[in-house]
Design a protein around this ligand. Structure first.
Ligand code: SDX
Length: 429
């Protein structure tokens, strides 16, 4: 098996080591390319470029495989709690009973936010998108918990800042929602676990007590577990890049929230529902939208379809689709948007445009249907994605910091602007 790759540039042959991962993935390590040849590579969007090696998540886009620390997502999504998944991703193994009890206690202890943080909500416009307040609040945690942002944090400090973020992110999200609807904050309770605690903070109110239904808890648990990590996606790569400058975890994750906000990434779950609602309002003409998605001039894309890595059905979409069916059956309700989504999927998957480009439903296609049924407001869908992705962001930041040496991320470019030219004083322009 070749252990080196040969590149011939201007008649000269250069050899570079081949790196093989534990699942047989192969890469050419071109770290010395520029020093040797003066050349760099160009790969807009990094579709063919690996930024690091990682032990956290493995996915195979062709086979539709996704595993957290080697465990298939299908085995985790049925029963693992979200706190268990946080532990697995961040520490590399499933927690023992004692480890899980201690970890869960730490989440409970850290669930309150600093009272001073509530003033942010007072100043933030009620109509502002909650992803804006989420990234601002997470960034502000560096000011409220300065003891947690010392350079070169110890293992204990990383453990503490991780739990701070994982636990408080749901309180920040729930408080942002309560503020936006003019209801009093509902504080975290020490007798409730992660998901029921969040649901209670979101939906309980003095005038209308909220019944925490196990079927809803399970649906949201599944959603969070399925969103927990996805190797070097846009937002996780952002967290790594910001963290590579030795910025603290609050700053790195705040940047990750902003990267996730985009409609091509974590904002897609909101965009899918807006698309389905538009199709429904306009009379359900699915073919019109499928044709628009195929027409480059329309600039319209079928939201929730396609993926940079999955060229097969996103395994998370498969699970979410069946979980949505379970939810409606157990609640004995239906949602016309689910029927519309299934019809849209059916038409698209039989269309040569989607087949040739291997465009399948991704994690965002069915997730919004579940969030809608739980009662999460549409503009909070990306916030739910951020809560789910929090352990993944932290695990990658921690893995990078614990690596041999943190190398600041600094890609190169090919300059295509003006060649050297004179400055013309204003009088002569
Ligand atoms: C997430 O990376 C991750 O892991 C992300 C994520 C995670 O867990 O972190 O999985 C979460 O972000 C899922 C993706 C959510 N986004 C959407 O659903 C938005 C709609 N999808 C796309 O815009 C698109 O598919 C992307 C952004 C997801 C992927 O874009 P790529 O890899 O850059 O693919 P591309 O734009 O080069 O598309 C290849 C072809 C193009 O056609 P041609 O130029 O070859 O003729 O496929 C077409 C595209 O026009 N295409 C679509 C399409 N997606 C791709 N055409 C219509 N509708 C679509 N949705």
């Amino acid at each position: 098996m070749d252990t080196k790759a040969k590149i011939i540039i201007e008649g000269k042959t250069y050899e570079y080591p081949i790196v093989t991962g534990t699942e047989g993935e192969k890469a050419i390590d071109i770290s010395a390319l520029r020093k040797d040849s003066g050349y760099i590579t160009l790969d807009v969007g990094y579709a063919n470029t690996g930024s690091c090696t990682s032990n956290i998540t493995f996915l195979d886009g062709e086979k539709g495989i996704l595993r957290y620390r080697g465990i298939p997502i299908e085995d985790l999504s049925d029963t693992a709690s979200f706190v268990e998944i946080c532990f697995l991703l961040i520490y590399g193994h499933l927690p023992t009973k004692i480890e899980l009890e201690k970890y869960s206690e730490a989440f409970t202890k850290q669930s309150m936010i600093h009272e001073g943080m509530k003033s942010f909500f007072d100043g933030y416009p009620l109509t502002g998108h909650p992803m804006g307040i989420l990234s601002a609040m997470i960034g502000s945690m560096a000011g409220y918990y300065p003891e947690l942002i010392k350079p070169n944090p110890s293992k204990e400090e990383i453990d503490l800042i991780s739990v701070e973020l994982l636990s408080k992110v749901r309180t920040i999200a729930a408080f942002a929602y309560k503020k936006s609807i003019g209801e009093p904050y509902v504080y975290p309770r020490h007798d409730l676990k992660y998901v029921p605690n969040f649901l209670n903070m979101m939906f309980n109110s003095p005038t209308k007590p909220y019944e925490i239904k196990p079927v809803i808890v399970n649906a949201l648990r599944t959603f969070l577990v399925l969103h927990a990590d996805h190797e070097q996606n846009c937002s996780t790569s952002t967290v790594r890049l910001v963290g590579s400058g030795l910025a603290n975890l609050f700053a790195s994750v705040s940047a990750g929230v902003n990267a996730l906000w985009g409609s091509l990434h974590g904002g897609a779950n909101q965009a899918v529902i807006e698309m389905l609602q538009k199709i429904q309002t306009e009379g359900g003409d699915i073919k019109k939208y499928v044709d628009m998605a195929k027409d480059k001039n329309s600039k319209f894309r079928l939201m929730g379809f396609g993926h940079r890595v999955y060229k097969n059905y996103d395994p998370r979409a498969k699970i979410l689709k069946s979980r949505a069916d379970d939810l409606f059956r157990e609640l004995n309700i239906s949602d016309p948007l689910l029927d519309l989504a299934k019809k849209l999927e059916d038409i698209a998957l039989k269309d040569s445009y989607f087949i040739e480009r291997k465009l399948y439903p991704n994690v965002d296609f069915y997730s919004g249907i579940i969030l809608r049924t739980i009662g999460i407001p549409l503009n909070m869908f990306p916030v739910m994605f951020a809560i789910g992705r929090m352990p993944g962001w932290i695990a990658h930041w921690k893995e990078m910091l614990e690596g041999a040496e943190v190398k600041i991320g600094r890609p190169r470019q090919i300059y295509t602007g003006n060649n050297v030219r004179k400055f013309i004083p204003i009088e002569q322009r």
